[in-house]
Design a protein around this ligand. Structure first.
Ligand SMILES: [Zn+2]
Ligand SMILES: [Zn+2]
Length: 393
């Protein structure tokens, strides 16, 4: 596969097919681990293209393997397939036909890009030195489908040497591609805290240990973890998402429950924030004669782009869109389970601009009006092809 091939021209040749795929998936969205129709189309298409196809990984996941004619590294490219429980409010002829379910994050575009990459890779098969491993993943939206796929052997046989993934990105216009080395998506944890006091009459507080007042102090004190404990040059979020306690206006309850999330990039900062959250909650409760039980549940590790792989992807993207359209520095405290594939495999997760504000195609992700500029599809295929070509030449 010559590095100098015009992958953009090849991808443009697929333009109508990419749009047809994307609109079909958009009209037929499926929730995580239920992507049966989508996975069926993916498996059939990969089979027709000559891939060795494995289905049913993490319920609906599909892996397609294409071995080149020469030996070389294994490049794994991942595309997520799931939609969201949102009622679509767009008025297009490809609007969701599945009430209450919508491709509001753009994973329909990812599957289309994946099939485009699969098509072009098959065309260049005779020149490939190495193996293309395309992974179509279920349940990215808060379900950790990637973790399940890894547990079911997705990183074995063959083990990838490089990992690539992309996300269409409505925070950037079409044509802009962001490739950022280092952390780009945060590690996420769920935390829960039960403050146990002693309930009683709302008019007789001296007979109680009031968990409402203690919980309020804990909520305020948690704000100082980011503002006073985390190095100002580092990044962290501590959010309280729910507070529940009490049944009546004149009764002090026995306990109050808090839940929330913690987001960090740096593992050392993560450890410190987790430890401080526990200490702040437990010690404030103790100071008032109450108890706080804190549980911390890790959800997703951080997505950390390997500097060298990111440099190759940046060069590939620059060859497609030109130096003026490369952006560096897009980061979000959102999480992304691609991190499970990237823990031991050097990789790069890049953002593919997909907004066209002039046509109103710039609604935020997870919004009921979300839609993308389909010009991004061919760009995604071209950049992915060129980035993979670096390794498979
Ligand atoms: Zn999403
Ligand atoms: Zn997404």
């Amino acid at each position: 596969m010559g590095k100098d091939r015009d992958f953009m021209a090849a991808a443009r040749g697929l333009h109508q097919q990419l749009i047809a795929w994307r609109r079909d998936f958009h009209a037929h969205p499926e929730l995580g681990f239920e992507e049966k129709r989508t996975a069926g189309i993916v498996a059939d298409t990969l089979g027709e293209l000559g891939y060795r196809v494995e289905t049913g990984i993490a319920k609906t996941g599909v892996i397609g393997l294409l071995e080149g004619t020469k030996s070389g590294p294994t490049v794994m490219i991942r595309f997520d397939m799931d939609a969201l429980p949102i009622t679509e409010e767009n008025e297009t002829d490809y609007v969701s036909q599945n009430p209450g379910v919508m491709h509001a994050c753009g994973h329909d575009a990812h599957v289309a890009i994946g099939l485009g990459v699969a098509t072009l890779m098959a065309q260049y098969r005779d020149e490939i030195g190495g193996t293309v491993k395309l992974v179509f993943q279920p349940g990215e939206e808060g379900m950790n489908g990637a973790e399940v796929m890894v547990a079911e052997g997705a990183l074995e046989d063959p083990r990838p040497d490089v990992f690539l993934a992309t996300h269409v990105w409505n925070d950037k216009p079409t044509g802009i591609i962001d490739v950022t080395p280092g952390a780009v998506m945060a590690a996420a944890e769920r935390w829960a805290c039960t403050v146990r006091g002693k309930g009683g009459h709302g008019a007789l507080p001296h007979q109680t240990v009031d968990p409402v007042v203690i919980a309020a102090q804990i909520v305020m004190a948690l704000q100082t973890i980011v503002s006073r404990n985390v190095n100002p040059l580092e990044t962290a979020v501590v959010t309280v998402g729910t507070i529940n306690g009490g049944d009546a206006f004149n009764i002090i309850p026995n306990q109050v429950e808090l839940t929330g999330t913690i987001r960090t990039y740096n593992p050392e900062v993560r450890e410190m924030v987790l430890q401080r959250l526990r200490q702040v909650a437990e010690d404030i409760a103790a100071a008032h004669g109450a108890e706080a039980d804190v549980t911390l549940t890790p959800l997703t590790p951080a997505v950390i782009n390997d500097a060298q792989v990111a440099e190759h992807v940046r060069a590939a993207a620059q060859a497609v869109v030109g130096p003026d359209n490369i952006s560096v520095g897009e980061r979000t405290m959102g999480s992304e389970d691609a991190a499970f594939f990237m823990q031991d495999v050097p990789g790069c997760y890049f953002f593919l601009g997909s907004a066209d504000p002039a046509r109103g195609l710039n609604a935020p992700h997870h919004n009921s009006h979300f839609d993308i500029d389909e010009e991004a599809l061919a760009l995604g295929v071209a950049v992915m092809m060129r980035a993979a070509a670096h390794y498979l030449l």
